[in-house]
Design a protein around this ligand. Structure first.
Ligand code: NAP
Length: 291
């Protein structure tokens, strides 16, 4: 199976490296060509358009920012559908609005291309070792054809049903990430304000039932003000906006995500967007400087 990759940002690059190290033939494209260097050095064929990626591949994986970008690389000039051939499959690993995903899948199907939603949990470090958690939706026969590929990228793969459903569950996952990052950041800020070393706060938290992977792993970096991005704050804010839009379109009232949206929006507006999403702690620090 020849694989194509569109989008070699933080996540896409690591997925590409994993595929090359597992013996797959990989053709890759990124809008900013400099970000394809590591893949090229590891044996990927780098091309100049999504069309060429599709023409050279059995399965094309898109790992790009949002629905607008997925639409552009798919349907605009020199897009994926211009490279159409028999049995081409598209897998979208970007985090996008489930309704947009349904529409994109429909447009592909109108062109006889089967598209799966394949959003993932876990960042570049887990992608490199093939330990992502993948949610899949779309045609089940297409899913079966791609199973070996998915098992190379992810240690757990869940098939969820029709297009849109995997992106819906992915949003429910990013809702957890949002709340955990905020709860930890507010807890650390409160501990500092009562003159308790946040290391002690974490030691206590991690001795209880309420510990999480985030409190056990990322939080130690957070209290040292280390916010090197594996998933940017601006990309989490993008996902919070999608959660908000999706809950509105489903007539759901999710009060906490509305509040989180305000906080993350302010953090991005004040210049914290390129930090890791846990950099919301740095924004809270700034907010409480006066106290
Ligand atoms: N990082 C993670 O831990 C993680 C985990 C799960 C899901 N995701 C999701 O995966 C996607 C990529 O995330 P990332 O962390 O890799 O982000 P990133 O490092 O910011 O990369 C974004 C990618 O999207 C491309 N892009 C943006 N707008 C585009 C457009 N209009 N046309 C073509 N390409 C465009 C960028 O190309 P340029 O280089 O040219 O800007 C880049 O390749 C996002 O949807 C994110 O929410 C990320």
């Amino acid at each position: 199976m020849k694989i194509g990759l569109i989008g070699t940002g933080m996540l896409g690059n690591s997925v590409g490296i994993r595929l090359l190290k597992s013996g797959y033939h990989l053709t890759a494209f990124n809008r900013t060509v400099e970000k394809t260097r590591e893949l090229k050095d590891n044996g990927a064929q780098i091309v100049c358009s999504p069309k060429e990626v599709a023409a050279n591949s059995d399965v094309v994986i898109t790992v790009i920012k949002d629905s607008k970008a997925v639409n552009q690389v798919s349907f605009e000039k020199n897009g994926i559908i211009d490279g159409i051939h028999n049995d081409l499959i598209v897998c979208d690993m970007s985090t996008i609005n489930p309704l947009d995903s349904k529409n994109i899948a429909k447009k592909f199907l109108d062109n006889n291309i089967s598209m799966l939603d394949t959003p993932v949990m876990g960042g570049p470090n887990l992608a490199i070792t093939g330990n992502l958690v993948m949610m899949v939706a779309g045609n089940e026969k297409t899913f079966t054809k791609c199973k070996d590929l998915f098992n190379t990228i992810a240690s757990k793969v869940f098939f969820l049903g029709e297009n849109g459903s995997a992106h819906g569950v992915k949003l429910a996952m990013n809702l957890q990430i949002t709340m955990l990052a905020l709860a930890l950041s507010e807890g650390i800020t409160l501990s500092r304000a009562v003159n308790v070393n946040p290391k002690i706060f974490l030691e206590i938290l991690n001795s209880t039932y309420f510990k999480t992977g985030m409190s056990e792993n990322k939080a130690l970096k957070m209290i040292q003000d280390k916010f090197d991005a594996t998933f940017t704050l601006e990309n989490l804010k993008k996902d919070i906006n999608i959660i908000s839009e999706t809950s509105k379109s489903l007539s759901l009232d999710l009060p906490m995500i509305k509040k989180a949206e305000e906080v993350y929006e302010k953090a991005v507006n004040e210049g914290y967007g390129k930090l890791d999403y846990t950099g919301i702690l740095a924004y809270l620090k700034k907010l409480n400087e006066k106290i």
